[in-house]
Design a protein around this ligand. Structure first.
Ligand code: ZN
Ligand code: ZN
Length: 261
């Protein structure tokens, strides 16, 4: 997989509320690794890209997924995404959900390294399965938006992992992306441990579209990027906010999908 190496203007700034203080170093490292090869993010074996062929075929096999909830489907043909009965009965507010892999080994570990241990060098490996599914979106004109962190969480972490994913996806797919299109106006605390209904209620009114990006959102087709899709409560709240601001379509793109228990 190749990524154009030029940083987007947003990415180069890195000083906005989405953070990005680590991106310069990570960008340099990623470029160097593309030139000389590097180590597989999963098995640490030497390889040409970010994921060796063995790990890609073992952990990143394309599975058919529901285009509504991105859950894996029990269908033999992995090239066709279709809709599960539940999403046909109660369609989600977005037009399409795309996830690269199931949330589980080794992706859970890589995502934790990326989110909590400032390992931005694993981002390209995390994005590889998702990008493989999004090739039909290249140059499609979708505008890429990330799920925002609260100000407090951003201060703790120093960067917004969703924006780090979003800006790389946009660059690889020749799409426009803007940091801080959505703002989290209320710190909703940790969603973990809350039931589906409680999560949804907890997120009501959590997001707004930043006034300076309102015209960019109005009438646009939007791709909303996050790291993991679990109950969908966050994506649902953000989608409602974007649609209320005039977006004509919202797709949800995530690295991983939590399988149902
Ligand atoms: Zn490997
Ligand atoms: Zn579904």
């Amino acid at each position: 997989m190749t990524f154009p190496s030029d940083a987007t203007p947003m990415a180069a700034g890195g000083a906005g509320p989405s953070g990005g203080r680590l991106t310069c170093g990570a960008g340099w490292l990623a470029r160097a690794r593309r030139r000389v090869g590097g180590r597989c993010a999963v098995c640490r074996g030497w390889c040409a890209g970010d994921l060796c062929g063995h790990c890609a075929s073992r952990f990143a096999l394309a599975r058919p997924r529901c285009s509504g909830c991105a859950l894996a489907l029990p269908v033999a043909d992995a090239t066709v995404d279709t809709t599960c009965p539940r999403c046909r009965r109660a369609p989600p507010p977005w037009s399409r959900a795309v996830a690269g892999v199931d949330y589980g080994y080794p992706w859970d570990r890589l995502l934790a390294d990326f989110k909590f241990h400032q390992r931005l060098d694993v981002v390209d490996a995390l994005l590889q399965p998702l990008l493989a599914r999004l090739q039909d979106m290249r140059g499609s004109g979708l505008r890429v938006v990330s799920v925002p962190l609260s100000r407090e969480r951003l201060r703790e972490r120093g960067y917004n992992q969703s924006w780090e994913l979003a800006r790389r996806l946009a660059r690889a797919l020749a799409l426009d992306a803007r940091a801080d299109t959505l703002l989290r106006v209320r710190d909703t605390g940790h969603q973990l441990g809350l039931q589906r209904g409680a999560r949804q209620a907890n997120l009501q009114g959590a997001f707004v579209v930043t006034p300076r990006h309102a015209a960019w959102v109005r009438g646009a087709r939007i791709a909303l990027v996050d790291d993991v899709l679990t109950t969908g409560a966050t994506a649902r709240a953000a989608t409602h906010t974007l649609r209320a601001a005039g977006a004509c379509e919202v797709q949800v793109w995530t690295v991983a999908r939590t399988p149902e228990a």
